[in-house]
Write a protein that binds this ligand. Structure first.
Ligand code: DX5
Ligand code: ZN
Length: 218
């Protein structure tokens, strides 16, 4: 299914009202909820862990798309799977055994994703194309919302699209996705878009008007 999926990132949501924010973006028709997990080690920021995934799980009827910006990831995969994650995306830059981590994710019953930082070449996924369900092309250096889009991500999306051929693998783009940059990556072959500040700008999205206006742009 290559229909465009919109995955608002709750990193830009109201941290005091995650449940309400998840309900609000789903009520406005988002396809996935993007959950940015940060450990203050792999990235220079700390957000939340499995307990938060578990807490918002009852409020997310669609897909919980968990982006693990943590190193190492392996020791926590089971906890995130048990907490209710549908997709678990890891960074190859965070550990030495990507194939083993991806096999573990699938054995836990989750979809397996690989996130590529801006400087990481797409060749990194060459030997795991049959072990992944999603490639996340980072268009910012991970750690924060509200950063500017890194244009080289467009060409990387195009090359990943060529690499995966007709395999059922989503190409997701994450970082600085706005009404201006979204068309560039969709044209290059992306079928899933993460948007944090573009969705939640102007504070909480819990008002349909705010979400509606912001999303119409994307
Ligand atoms: C950054 C996160 C992104 C971020 C996107 O490390 O992985 O998902 O929340 O935020 P925007 O859309 O504001 O760039
Ligand atoms: Zn993310």
């Amino acid at each position: 299914d290559r229909s465009l999926k919109i995955a608002p990132s709750i990193l830009s949501a109201d941290f005091a009202n995650f449940g309400a924010e998840c309900c609000a973006i789903e009520a406005q028709g988002c396809d996935w909820v993007h959950v940015d997990v940060m450990d203050g080690h792999f990235v220079p920021n700390i957000t939340f862990g499995p307990a938060m995934v578990q807490a918002i799980r009852p409020h997310v009827k669609t897909i919980m798309d968990v982006h693990l910006m943590i190193a190492p990831a392996d020791p926590y995969l089971e906890a995130f799977a048990k907490a209710g994650a549908d997709i678990l995306t890891i960074h190859p830059e965070a550990g030495p055994h990507m194939d083993r981590s991806l096999q573990l994710i699938r054995s836990l019953g989750c979809k397996a994703g690989v996130a590529l930082n801006p400087a990481t070449p797409e060749s990194v996924i060459e030997y795991v194309l049959d072990t992944i369900d999603l490639v996340l092309v980072m268009s910012v250096n991970p750690g924060f919302g509200g950063q500017s889009f890194i244009p080289s991500a467009v060409e990387k999306v195009r090359r990943v699209r060529a690499m995966i051929g007709d395999r059922p693998i989503h190409i997701q783009v994450d970082g600085g996705v706005t009404a201006k940059t979204a068309p560039l990556v969709v044209e290059a072959g992306a079928d899933a878009l993460v948007a944090g500040s573009a969705v939640f700008k102007g504070g909480s999205v819990a008002t349909p008007e705010v979400y509606g206006d912001n999303m119409r742009g994307i």
